[in-house]
Ligand binder design. Structure first.
Ligand code: SF4
Length: 368
């Protein structure tokens, strides 16, 4: 059932002789009210409920493991119907939550600082698997006695490159932003991408969510060495597309720049970044990388970050310094997957609560 879009539900119910409004009722039960059982749908006839039960499932990704950070960040390891596993992260903010969704199991882009990139690509997620991560998080909040309506922001920044799975992402975003579906405002939904030629423009035309672009370097050579999969689109051409990207008057593109000590954190590189972005309507998110196991990447010192930030600000760029969340629970995409695979050889199917994990890893929630 979660794989159908609203139009398909309408066509299906019409062919069963049901009135047009029935599709909206069913759709609201599935997505807005988060029904787990057709029998909950009390304004739908018993006969139709029985028929739906026979023909469809409301199955959603199963929580295989759950890690809670000391800062309140919750990381779900979710198992899909074919036993493939993905991560989804729930981040508490002031008065609300943000959820980071995965769009692929693994990722083919091969960014060398990213745990998911090291996993390689497993498969694309379906539109239902993308949107249902939100149902799982809402269920969790309900179980914890929290108001699921406080989950207000979503970011497509988890495992995978969303624009390589554009059709499923597009359909998932339609459900996510549908007022009768999951009901998120488009301004509270952000898609983070390394930039895929053609798809970026298509996404811009769709107006389905805000755009964040992972740059991480001010020049093509460095970017290619850090993000080999992204190098097919030359950085100047990518930035040229950002200059033309359709935005409402008050909107800006978010440029993500993860800082690595001695690699992309020099004053000269800050000036180069300023020049590169001089005609892009954007704000820059700086985030110091965190140490990753089996990796030589280190975060720059505070002074180095501050100098870099000041150069950007002094040239008129809007800059935010992002805080890492969930460092103690291996919040980097892919890390949890690897760990659970190693420690849970059987299909235990139970929920695992791990606190104060204590291993230092890449705490960035956004690998992209
Ligand atoms: S950083 Fe993003 S695009 Fe790069 S390998 Fe990781 S998940 Fe894929």
């Amino acid at each position: 059932m979660l794989e159908l879009d609203r139009g398909q539900v309408q066509v299906m119910l019409r062919s069963m002789g049901e009135p047009a409004y029935r599709a909206d009722q069913l759709w609201q039960w599935v997505w807005s009210k988060g029904a787990r059982d057709f029998q909950e749908m009390t304004n739908i006839s018993k006969a139709l409920r029985a028929r739906m039960e026979q023909e469809f499932s409301l199955g959603r990704p199963r929580i295989r493991a759950l890690l809670t950070s000391v800062d309140g960040t919750v990381k779900f390891l979710l198992e899909l119907s074919d036993q493939e596993q993905i991560e989804s992260v729930l981040i508490p903010e002031k008065g609300h939550y943000t959820q980071c969704l995965s769009t692929q199991a693994g990722c083919p882009m091969g960014c060398i600082f990213c745990s998911t990139g090291r996993m390689g690509f497993r498969r694309n997620l379906s539109s239902g698997e993308i949107a249902a991560q939100i149902l799982t998080a809402r269920d969790y909040l309900r179980e914890q006695g929290a108001d699921p309506a406080r989950l207000r922001n979503i970011v497509l920044m988890g495992m995978g490159e969303p624009l390589l799975n554009w059709e499923a992402v597009r359909r998932g975003l339609l459900t996510i932003t549908d007022p009768l579906g999951l009901g998120f405002s488009r301004r509270r939904a952000t898609l983070s991408t390394v930039g895929i030629r053609g798809r970026l423009q298509e996404f811009g035309r769709s107006r389905l969510a805000m755009l964040a672009v992972s740059l991480h370097a001010p020049d093509q050579d460095l970017r290619r060495s850090l993000m080999p999969g992204a190098a097919a689109w030359e950085i100047r051409d990518l930035v040229g597309a950002l200059e033309e990207y359709p935005l409402d008057p008050r909107e800006r593109i978010t440029v993500e720049y993860v800082m690595f000590r001695g690699i992309n954190d020099s004053p000269a590189q800050a000036r180069e970044l300023v020049r590169l972005l001089s005609r892009v309507k954007c704000k820059v998110n700086l985030l110091a990388c965190n140490p990753v196991e089996d990796s030589s990447f280190q975060p720059p010192g505070l002074e180095r970050i501050s100098d870099f930030e000041q150069i950007l600000r002094s040239k008129g760029l809007t800059v935010t310094l992002r805080r890492s969340r969930g460092q103690d629970i291996m919040a980097a995409c892919g890390q949890l997957y690897v760990e659970v695979k190693q420690t849970s050889p059987g299909d235990r199917g139970d929920m695992q609560q791990v606190k104060d994990h204590g291993r230092m890893t890449n705490g960035s929630l956004n690998n992209c």
